[in-house]
Design a protein. Structure first.
Length: 280
């Protein structure tokens, strides 16, 4: 029995691109999105840049002559239908939890013919999360964390972020992935506020957010626990989440965890925000 390994992959999702890179198979990637290049600089140069899952154009994808297209929900159904009619294999991802992300890594690794590398990558990621969880148990307090994926409307971060907050020794408040309101957050009065807006990198205007929402008297603001964590570290369901966990751990318990890349407090300013575009 013979197996077939894709040699020309088009990735419409940064998470898939990161996983492919970590599996050592970037040689198979012929096209990806500009968001992929933001999260995984290694893809720069020599690859076609195509629209992402939300604006996918079948003609430009098929022009790359792929034998596998990877996208995530939600995606342009008409474009995907044309791709599948052309006989191109399609893999659709829709992760919500860390377990789902491990499953996506295993699936991509299996399709690319490197299942052992996938298993190693999952073990490494799970091991690093477990190590942080164990260390966080030494914390004297368990802070209540409001974690925001988008600001207009207010949207709680995804379920995998809720798991990371718990691993970092915090309590995720609100319903993961769902909308909330300025008033509801004020009522809850969190100990920590974390903003990780999709497409904003590390440039969420924290002082403006607090001022315009009238959150100046919240416990998180009064104690100086208002943070921005770089978009790609929390919103990309891939091994890069380990970096987001390190940032969360230091934000919640700096006495236990060292400073981490991608973390900024309200006193440090950045500017410029792009549209809401989840990095699935």
């Amino acid at each position: 029995m013979t197996s077939y390994t894709p040699r020309r992959i088009v990735s419409l999702q940064p998470s898939a691109t990161v996983i492919i890179e970590r599996l050592g198979r970037l040689d198979s990637l012929v096209a990806c999105t500009r968001y992929c290049a933001d999260v995984c600089p290694e893809v720069g140069g020599g690859r076609v840049i195509v629209a992402d899952s939300w604006t996918a154009k079948a003609t430009e994808i098929l022009a790359a002559r792929p034998d596998l297209v990877i996208a995530a929900v939600p995606y342009q159904e008409k474009a995907i239908a044309e791709i599948m009619k052309a006989g191109v294999r399609f893999l659709g991802l829709a992760p919500r939890t860390l377990a789902d992300i491990y499953g996506d890594i295993a699936a991509i690794a299996g399709i690319l013919g490197v299942p052992d590398r996938g298993a190693d990558l999952i073990r490494q990621m799970a091991g690093e999360i477990s190590a942080v969880t164990q260390r966080a148990r030494a914390a004297e307090t368990r802070l209540r964390v409001y974690c925001e994926e988008w600001g207009k409307p207010l949207i709680h971060s995804q379920p995998w972020v809720a798991e990371l907050v718990e691993a970092a020794g915090g309590e995720f408040i609100g319903e993961a992935g769902q909308q909330t309101t300025v008033e509801r957050v004020r009522e809850i009065n969190p100990d920590v506020i974390v903003c990780a807006w999709c497409g904003a990198g590390d440039r969420v205007p924290l002082e403006k957010v607090v001022r315009e929402r009238g959150w100046g008297e919240l416990d998180a603001v009064r104690s100086g626990r208002v943070f921005c964590i770089s978009d790609e570290l929390l919103n990309t369901p891939a091994p890069t989440l380990v970096g987001g966990l390190r940032a969360l751990a230091h934000a919640l318990h700096p006495e236990l965890f060292p400073a981490a890349d991608g973390l900024r407090s309200m006193s440090e300013r950045r500017g410029g925000v792009r549209e809401h575009r989840p990095r699935v």
